[in-house]
Design a protein around this ligand. Structure first.
Ligand code: MRU
Length: 358
Protein backbone atom coordinates (compact mmCIF):
# COMPACT_ATOMS: atom_id res chain seq x y z
CA UNK A 1 0.00 0.00 0.00
CA UNK A 2 1.42 3.40 -0.93
CA UNK A 3 1.49 6.24 1.58
CA UNK A 4 -1.05 8.97 0.94
CA UNK A 5 -1.10 12.45 2.44
CA UNK A 6 -4.24 13.39 0.51
CA UNK A 7 -7.44 11.41 -0.05
CA UNK A 8 -9.80 13.06 -2.46
CA UNK A 9 -12.93 12.42 -4.45
CA UNK A 10 -15.37 15.00 -5.77
CA UNK A 11 -16.82 16.84 -2.78
CA UNK A 12 -14.74 14.95 -0.17
CA UNK A 13 -11.23 15.64 1.10
CA UNK A 14 -9.24 14.02 3.87
CA UNK A 15 -5.71 14.95 4.92
CA UNK A 16 -3.38 12.71 6.86
CA UNK A 17 -2.48 14.52 10.09
CA UNK A 18 1.33 14.35 9.73
CA UNK A 19 1.82 15.76 13.24
CA UNK A 20 0.81 12.33 14.61
CA UNK A 21 3.21 10.25 12.49
CA UNK A 22 4.84 7.80 12.88
CA UNK A 23 2.76 6.71 15.89
CA UNK A 24 -0.73 7.22 14.56
CA UNK A 25 -2.29 7.26 11.10
CA UNK A 26 -5.32 9.53 11.29
CA UNK A 27 -7.04 11.33 8.45
CA UNK A 28 -9.00 14.53 9.10
CA UNK A 29 -12.01 15.67 7.10
CA UNK A 30 -11.47 18.99 5.34
CA UNK A 31 -14.84 20.54 4.58
CA UNK A 32 -13.97 24.20 4.03
CA UNK A 33 -11.25 26.50 2.76
CA UNK A 34 -10.68 27.56 6.38
CA UNK A 35 -10.05 23.90 7.35
CA UNK A 36 -7.52 23.69 4.49
CA UNK A 37 -5.78 26.92 5.52
CA UNK A 38 -5.45 25.71 9.12
CA UNK A 39 -4.14 22.27 8.12
CA UNK A 40 -1.42 23.99 6.05
CA UNK A 41 -0.55 26.60 8.70
CA UNK A 42 -0.36 23.97 11.47
CA UNK A 43 1.69 21.67 9.19
CA UNK A 44 -0.74 18.77 9.36
CA UNK A 45 -0.03 18.77 5.66
CA UNK A 46 3.32 20.11 4.51
CA UNK A 47 5.81 20.01 1.63
CA UNK A 48 5.50 22.46 -1.27
CA UNK A 49 3.49 20.31 -3.75
CA UNK A 50 1.22 18.79 -1.07
CA UNK A 51 0.42 22.27 0.28
CA UNK A 52 -0.69 23.39 -3.20
CA UNK A 53 -2.75 20.27 -3.86
CA UNK A 54 -4.40 20.27 -0.42
CA UNK A 55 -5.13 24.01 -0.67
CA UNK A 56 -6.75 23.79 -4.12
CA UNK A 57 -8.72 20.68 -3.15
CA UNK A 58 -10.07 22.45 -0.03
CA UNK A 59 -11.50 25.08 -2.39
CA UNK A 60 -12.84 22.21 -4.51
CA UNK A 61 -14.81 20.60 -1.66
CA UNK A 62 -16.50 23.87 -0.82
CA UNK A 63 -17.23 24.55 -4.48
CA UNK A 64 -18.69 21.06 -4.96
CA UNK A 65 -20.94 21.29 -1.91
CA UNK A 66 -22.18 24.87 -2.18
CA UNK A 67 -24.72 26.55 -4.35
CA UNK A 68 -23.67 29.79 -6.00
CA UNK A 69 -26.14 32.40 -7.20
CA UNK A 70 -24.16 33.21 -10.35
CA UNK A 71 -21.01 32.39 -12.32
CA UNK A 72 -19.51 35.67 -11.05
CA UNK A 73 -20.09 34.71 -7.43
CA UNK A 74 -18.46 31.31 -8.01
CA UNK A 75 -15.42 32.83 -9.74
CA UNK A 76 -14.99 35.39 -6.96
CA UNK A 77 -15.19 32.66 -4.32
CA UNK A 78 -12.53 30.57 -6.08
CA UNK A 79 -10.10 33.43 -6.73
CA UNK A 80 -10.48 34.91 -3.21
CA UNK A 81 -10.09 31.50 -1.57
CA UNK A 82 -6.96 30.63 -3.58
CA UNK A 83 -5.39 33.98 -2.70
CA UNK A 84 -6.24 33.41 0.97
CA UNK A 85 -4.60 29.96 0.97
CA UNK A 86 -1.34 31.49 -0.31
CA UNK A 87 -1.11 33.42 3.00
CA UNK A 88 -0.90 30.23 5.11
CA UNK A 89 2.83 29.73 4.44
CA UNK A 90 4.96 32.20 2.47
CA UNK A 91 8.10 30.38 1.25
CA UNK A 92 6.87 27.45 -0.86
CA UNK A 93 5.74 28.87 -4.20
CA UNK A 94 3.52 26.05 -5.48
CA UNK A 95 0.28 27.30 -3.87
CA UNK A 96 0.96 30.76 -5.25
CA UNK A 97 1.64 29.35 -8.72
CA UNK A 98 -1.62 27.37 -8.65
CA UNK A 99 -3.56 30.38 -7.36
CA UNK A 100 -2.31 32.64 -10.16
CA UNK A 101 -2.82 30.00 -12.87
CA UNK A 102 -6.33 28.90 -11.85
CA UNK A 103 -7.51 32.46 -11.12
CA UNK A 104 -6.42 33.57 -14.58
CA UNK A 105 -8.02 30.60 -16.32
CA UNK A 106 -11.33 30.71 -14.40
CA UNK A 107 -11.65 34.48 -14.88
CA UNK A 108 -11.05 34.01 -18.61
CA UNK A 109 -13.76 31.31 -18.76
CA UNK A 110 -16.33 33.59 -17.12
CA UNK A 111 -15.32 36.53 -19.36
CA UNK A 112 -16.07 34.43 -22.45
CA UNK A 113 -19.70 34.89 -21.39
CA UNK A 114 -21.10 31.57 -22.53
CA UNK A 115 -19.99 29.51 -19.53
CA UNK A 116 -22.72 28.74 -16.99
CA UNK A 117 -21.90 28.42 -13.29
CA UNK A 118 -22.35 24.61 -13.68
CA UNK A 119 -19.79 24.49 -16.51
CA UNK A 120 -17.30 26.63 -14.55
CA UNK A 121 -17.76 24.44 -11.47
CA UNK A 122 -17.12 21.27 -13.52
CA UNK A 123 -14.09 22.87 -15.14
CA UNK A 124 -12.54 23.83 -11.79
CA UNK A 125 -13.20 20.44 -10.18
CA UNK A 126 -11.61 18.69 -13.16
CA UNK A 127 -8.63 21.08 -13.18
CA UNK A 128 -7.75 20.41 -9.53
CA UNK A 129 -8.15 16.65 -9.99
CA UNK A 130 -5.83 16.83 -13.03
CA UNK A 131 -3.29 18.77 -10.95
CA UNK A 132 -3.28 16.00 -8.33
CA UNK A 133 -2.76 13.29 -10.97
CA UNK A 134 -0.10 15.32 -12.81
CA UNK A 135 1.91 15.75 -9.61
CA UNK A 136 2.39 11.98 -9.28
CA UNK A 137 3.17 11.62 -12.99
CA UNK A 138 5.74 14.45 -12.85
CA UNK A 139 7.36 12.95 -9.77
CA UNK A 140 7.82 9.62 -11.56
CA UNK A 141 9.37 11.39 -14.55
CA UNK A 142 11.63 13.38 -12.24
CA UNK A 143 12.62 10.18 -10.47
CA UNK A 144 13.61 8.55 -13.75
CA UNK A 145 15.62 11.56 -14.99
CA UNK A 146 17.29 12.06 -11.62
CA UNK A 147 18.26 8.42 -11.15
CA UNK A 148 19.77 8.20 -14.65
CA UNK A 149 21.69 11.46 -14.18
CA UNK A 150 23.12 10.49 -10.79
CA UNK A 151 24.24 7.03 -11.94
CA UNK A 152 25.91 8.49 -15.02
CA UNK A 153 27.49 11.39 -13.13
CA UNK A 154 28.82 9.21 -10.32
CA UNK A 155 29.83 6.38 -12.64
CA UNK A 156 28.87 3.66 -10.17
CA UNK A 157 26.21 0.93 -10.30
CA UNK A 158 25.17 1.43 -6.69
CA UNK A 159 25.12 4.70 -4.82
CA UNK A 160 24.95 6.04 -1.27
CA UNK A 161 22.73 9.08 -1.06
CA UNK A 162 22.12 11.69 1.64
CA UNK A 163 18.76 13.49 1.82
CA UNK A 164 17.20 16.12 4.08
CA UNK A 165 13.69 16.92 5.29
CA UNK A 166 10.77 15.00 3.78
CA UNK A 167 10.14 15.09 0.05
CA UNK A 168 8.26 11.85 -0.40
CA UNK A 169 4.67 10.69 -0.87
CA UNK A 170 3.76 12.64 2.26
CA UNK A 171 5.05 15.94 0.83
CA UNK A 172 3.42 15.51 -2.59
CA UNK A 173 0.45 13.81 -4.22
CA UNK A 174 2.57 10.63 -4.29
CA UNK A 175 6.03 9.13 -4.99
CA UNK A 176 7.92 12.30 -4.10
CA UNK A 177 10.55 14.63 -5.55
CA UNK A 178 14.00 13.97 -4.01
CA UNK A 179 12.59 10.87 -2.35
CA UNK A 180 11.08 10.00 -5.75
CA UNK A 181 14.61 10.03 -7.21
CA UNK A 182 15.69 7.73 -4.36
CA UNK A 183 12.67 5.48 -5.04
CA UNK A 184 13.62 5.35 -8.73
CA UNK A 185 17.23 4.44 -7.82
CA UNK A 186 15.90 1.75 -5.51
CA UNK A 187 13.67 0.36 -8.29
CA UNK A 188 16.87 0.01 -10.36
CA UNK A 189 18.48 -1.82 -7.39
CA UNK A 190 21.06 0.98 -7.35
CA UNK A 191 20.77 2.03 -3.69
CA UNK A 192 23.61 0.96 -1.44
CA UNK A 193 22.35 3.12 1.45
CA UNK A 194 20.25 6.21 2.05
CA UNK A 195 21.16 8.52 4.92
CA UNK A 196 18.41 10.84 6.09
CA UNK A 197 18.89 13.71 8.51
CA UNK A 198 16.50 14.05 11.43
CA UNK A 199 15.85 17.66 10.24
CA UNK A 200 15.55 19.77 13.36
CA UNK A 201 13.56 21.51 14.59
CA UNK A 202 10.47 19.83 13.16
CA UNK A 203 12.00 16.39 12.59
CA UNK A 204 10.49 15.75 9.16
CA UNK A 205 13.45 13.45 8.45
CA UNK A 206 13.15 11.34 11.60
CA UNK A 207 9.35 11.22 11.67
CA UNK A 208 8.40 11.18 7.98
CA UNK A 209 11.33 10.32 5.67
CA UNK A 210 12.55 7.50 7.92
CA UNK A 211 8.94 6.25 8.00
CA UNK A 212 8.68 6.27 4.20
CA UNK A 213 12.07 4.56 3.78
CA UNK A 214 11.16 1.81 6.26
CA UNK A 215 7.72 1.47 4.62
CA UNK A 216 9.38 0.90 1.21
CA UNK A 217 12.16 -1.37 2.55
CA UNK A 218 14.88 0.92 1.24
CA UNK A 219 18.20 0.42 3.09
CA UNK A 220 18.41 3.54 5.24
CA UNK A 221 20.13 5.08 8.24
CA UNK A 222 19.03 8.08 10.27
CA UNK A 223 21.57 10.70 11.37
CA UNK A 224 21.23 13.93 13.33
CA UNK A 225 21.84 17.10 11.35
CA UNK A 226 25.15 17.64 13.16
CA UNK A 227 26.58 14.35 11.82
CA UNK A 228 26.56 15.35 8.13
CA UNK A 229 30.21 16.49 7.94
CA UNK A 230 31.49 13.35 9.67
CA UNK A 231 29.26 11.25 7.41
CA UNK A 232 30.70 12.78 4.25
CA UNK A 233 34.25 12.33 5.53
CA UNK A 234 33.83 8.69 6.54
CA UNK A 235 31.00 7.01 4.61
CA UNK A 236 31.64 7.76 0.94
CA UNK A 237 28.50 9.65 -0.01
CA UNK A 238 27.87 9.53 -3.80
CA UNK A 239 25.36 12.40 -3.97
CA UNK A 240 23.13 14.67 -1.90
CA UNK A 241 19.54 14.97 -3.19
CA UNK A 242 17.04 17.34 -1.59
CA UNK A 243 13.78 19.02 -2.57
CA UNK A 244 12.87 22.68 -2.91
CA UNK A 245 10.23 25.14 -1.81
CA UNK A 246 11.18 27.77 -4.37
CA UNK A 247 13.82 27.85 -7.11
CA UNK A 248 14.37 31.32 -8.58
CA UNK A 249 15.62 32.47 -12.00
CA UNK A 250 19.36 32.30 -11.24
CA UNK A 251 18.98 28.82 -9.68
CA UNK A 252 19.22 29.92 -6.03
CA UNK A 253 16.98 27.55 -4.06
CA UNK A 254 14.99 27.86 -0.84
CA UNK A 255 14.53 24.58 0.99
CA UNK A 256 14.25 23.30 4.54
CA UNK A 257 16.59 24.95 7.03
CA UNK A 258 19.89 23.05 7.02
CA UNK A 259 19.99 22.53 3.25
CA UNK A 260 22.54 25.33 2.76
CA UNK A 261 25.02 23.81 5.22
CA UNK A 262 24.70 20.42 3.48
CA UNK A 263 25.51 22.10 0.14
CA UNK A 264 28.63 23.71 1.64
CA UNK A 265 29.72 20.36 3.08
CA UNK A 266 29.05 18.58 -0.22
CA UNK A 267 31.15 21.18 -2.06
CA UNK A 268 33.99 20.76 0.44
CA UNK A 269 33.94 16.97 0.05
CA UNK A 270 33.48 16.97 -3.74
CA UNK A 271 30.03 15.35 -3.52
CA UNK A 272 27.52 16.32 -6.25
CA UNK A 273 24.57 18.25 -4.80
CA UNK A 274 21.15 17.93 -6.49
CA UNK A 275 17.81 19.71 -6.11
CA UNK A 276 14.70 17.77 -7.25
CA UNK A 277 11.59 19.89 -7.81
CA UNK A 278 8.74 20.12 -10.32
CA UNK A 279 8.70 23.14 -12.64
CA UNK A 280 5.77 24.51 -10.56
CA UNK A 281 8.35 25.11 -7.79
CA UNK A 282 10.43 27.30 -10.15
CA UNK A 283 9.61 30.98 -9.71
CA UNK A 284 11.17 32.85 -12.60
CA UNK A 285 9.59 36.12 -11.42
CA UNK A 286 12.30 36.42 -8.75
CA UNK A 287 15.89 36.97 -9.91
CA UNK A 288 17.91 35.85 -6.86
CA UNK A 289 17.45 34.03 -3.58
CA UNK A 290 17.66 37.30 -1.66
CA UNK A 291 14.12 38.11 -2.81
CA UNK A 292 12.62 34.96 -1.26
CA UNK A 293 10.54 35.51 1.89
CA UNK A 294 11.69 33.06 4.55
CA UNK A 295 9.00 31.91 6.96
CA UNK A 296 9.86 32.17 10.65
CA UNK A 297 7.95 29.80 12.90
CA UNK A 298 7.07 29.48 16.56
CA UNK A 299 9.82 29.26 19.21
CA UNK A 300 8.01 26.26 20.64
CA UNK A 301 9.23 24.11 17.72
CA UNK A 302 12.74 24.60 19.14
CA UNK A 303 12.13 24.72 22.88
CA UNK A 304 9.91 21.62 22.93
CA UNK A 305 9.89 18.12 21.44
CA UNK A 306 6.53 16.34 21.45
CA UNK A 307 5.16 18.69 24.10
CA UNK A 308 8.19 18.27 26.44
CA UNK A 309 10.24 21.37 27.15
CA UNK A 310 14.00 21.00 26.43
CA UNK A 311 15.24 24.58 26.63
CA UNK A 312 14.90 26.85 29.65
CA UNK A 313 12.14 29.41 29.82
CA UNK A 314 13.46 32.87 29.00
CA UNK A 315 15.89 31.80 26.22
CA UNK A 316 15.37 33.62 22.91
CA UNK A 317 15.02 31.50 19.73
CA UNK A 318 15.51 32.19 16.04
CA UNK A 319 13.51 29.71 13.96
CA UNK A 320 13.68 30.27 10.19
CA UNK A 321 11.95 27.31 8.53
CA UNK A 322 14.02 27.54 5.33
CA UNK A 323 17.36 28.72 4.01
CA UNK A 324 18.63 29.60 0.55
CA UNK A 325 21.33 27.57 -1.19
CA UNK A 326 23.23 29.71 -3.71
CA UNK A 327 23.14 28.28 -7.24
CA UNK A 328 26.90 27.73 -7.47
CA UNK A 329 26.65 25.08 -4.74
CA UNK A 330 24.07 23.08 -6.72
CA UNK A 331 26.83 21.18 -8.48
CA UNK A 332 24.86 18.09 -9.62
CA UNK A 333 21.94 19.96 -11.16
CA UNK A 334 18.28 20.78 -10.77
CA UNK A 335 16.12 17.75 -11.52
CA UNK A 336 12.68 18.64 -12.93
CA UNK A 337 10.02 16.73 -14.88
CA UNK A 338 11.33 18.53 -17.98
CA UNK A 339 14.93 17.38 -17.58
CA UNK A 340 18.01 17.91 -15.41
CA UNK A 341 19.59 21.36 -15.76
CA UNK A 342 22.65 23.14 -14.39
CA UNK A 343 21.22 25.99 -12.24
CA UNK A 344 22.51 28.71 -14.56
CA UNK A 345 20.70 27.12 -17.55
CA UNK A 346 17.37 26.48 -15.77
CA UNK A 347 15.66 29.75 -16.67
CA UNK A 348 16.43 29.59 -20.40
CA UNK A 349 15.60 25.89 -20.58
CA UNK A 350 12.20 26.33 -18.89
CA UNK A 351 11.35 29.38 -20.99
CA UNK A 352 12.15 27.46 -24.18
CA UNK A 353 10.18 24.38 -23.13
CA UNK A 354 7.20 26.43 -21.91
CA UNK A 355 7.22 28.37 -25.21
CA UNK A 356 7.12 25.12 -27.17
CA UNK A 357 4.33 23.71 -24.94
CA UNK A 358 2.05 26.70 -25.65
O1 MRU B 1 8.24 22.99 6.37
P1 MRU B 1 7.94 21.88 5.40
O2 MRU B 1 7.88 20.53 6.03
O3 MRU B 1 6.72 22.19 4.56
O4 MRU B 1 9.18 21.90 4.43
C1 MRU B 1 9.27 20.96 3.42
C2 MRU B 1 10.50 21.07 2.62
O5 MRU B 1 11.33 21.93 2.82
C3 MRU B 1 10.63 20.13 1.47
O6 MRU B 1 11.95 19.76 1.30
C4 MRU B 1 10.12 20.84 0.22
O7 MRU B 1 8.85 21.40 0.42
C5 MRU B 1 10.07 19.94 -0.94
S1 MRU B 1 8.72 18.82 -0.76
C6 MRU B 1 8.61 17.81 -2.08
Amino acid sequence: MSLQAIRYKRGELQLLNQLLLPDRTEYEDIKTVEDGWRAIKEMKVRGAPAIANAGCLSVGVEVANRDFRSAEELVKFVTDSLAYLVTARPTAVNMNEASIRFSKEISQLSKDGHSSKEKIKDWFLQAIKDMLDKDVEDNRTMGRYGAEHILQNVGERRVTVLTHCNTGSLATAGYGTALGVIRALNEKKAIEEVYCTETRPYNQGARLTAYELVHDNIPATLITDSMAAALMRTKGISAVVVGADRVVANGDTANKIGTYQLAILAHHHGVPFYIAAPSTTCDLSLRTGEEIVIEERSQKEMTHIGGTRLAPEGIKCWNPAFDVTPHDLITGGIITEKGVFPPEKLETALQQINGQDR
